[in-house]
Write a protein that binds this ligand. Structure first.
Ligand SMILES: Nc1nc2c(ncn2[C@@H]2O[C@H](COP(=O)(O)OP(=O)(O)OP(=O)(O)O)[C@@H](O)[C@H]2O)c(=O)[nH]1
Ligand SMILES: [Zn+2]
Length: 220
């Protein structure tokens, strides 16, 4: 841990501004509204959902007719404010988001669920704590554990009501995380294809990607 000049630095402890344990059992997610979302890739339909148990607002972007019963090109994207909005090079999230939207635009049909599971479910404040621990030598899994969390706090139950609302029952999944496909299958969503979403590594995310492969089971 880097120390400040007065040596008053505290080891980060988990911030409990909200519950970080994803609710179990069938997820209750209410559909709220939809609008057009013109982007640099295509003009998507943006659908808003509300999860009362956590107070979280989840989003779905769709392009084309996703309700025709054919497998839909799909991305379940876990929120990463630093990567998705602030161009962070610590992870591969921003580039994965961009690539997924590009692929959907190219196909002319697809869905992206933007899930508010920041920091693999521990929230933004705790992710910053975890990054601080990583700056001091921990890997991404050790950092979560040092804060008292599981390496990955996410579950994907909220996807079911969102996909049901969109009338999507089978997907071609863009992900390197086998747990996402397994979770969808458990929920009764057919995964007809696994499409890797591999992003070029850089010196800042190399260790993170290696740890994802060796400790979290991601396939690269
Ligand atoms: N706790 C924690 N979360 C992180 C860290 N780096 C990225 N994240 C979060 O991890 C989530 C993305 O998960 P990843 O493991 O990168 O990828 P994935 O979603 O499991 O798999 P893919 O579908 O292949 O992208 C986002 O919510 C990020 O905010 C970290 O060091 N610690
Ligand atoms: Zn990220």
């Amino acid at each position: 841990m880097p120390s400040n000049k007065n040596n008053t630095e505290l080891v980060p402890t988990a911030h409990s501004a909200f519950t970080v344990t994803a609710p179990t059992g069938p997820a209750k997610v209410e559909y709220i509204s939809s609008c057009e979302l013109p982007t640099t890739f295509a003009t998507f339909q943006l659908h808003a959902f509300f999860e009362a148990a956590t107070g979280k607002e989840h989003l779905a972007l769709t392009l084309g007719d996703v309700a025709d019963g054919q497998p839909v090109l799909a991305r379940l994207h876990s929120e990463c404010l630093t990567g998705d909005a602030l161009f962070s090079q610590r992870c591969d999230c921003g580039a994965q988001l961009e690539t997924a939207m590009q692929k959907i635009a190219k196909e002319g049909r697809g869905v992206l669920l933007y899930l508010r599971q920041e920091g693999r479910g521990i929230g933004l404040l705790n992710k910053i704590h975890a990054y601080r621990l990583q700056d001091a030598g921990a890997d991404t899994v050790e950092a979560n554990q040092a804060l008292g969390f599981a390496p990955d706090q996410r579950n994907y139950r909220i996807c079911l009501p969102m996909l049901q609302h969109l009338k999507i029952s089978s997907v071609k999944l863009m992900s390197n995380n086998p747990r996402k496909a397994a979770a969808l299958t458990d929920l009764g969503i057919k995964v007809t294809e696994h499409i890797p979403l591999i992003i070029k590594k850089n010196p800042h995310n190399e260790r993170y990607l290696l740890t994802k492969a060796s400790k979290l089971g991601h396939k690269f």
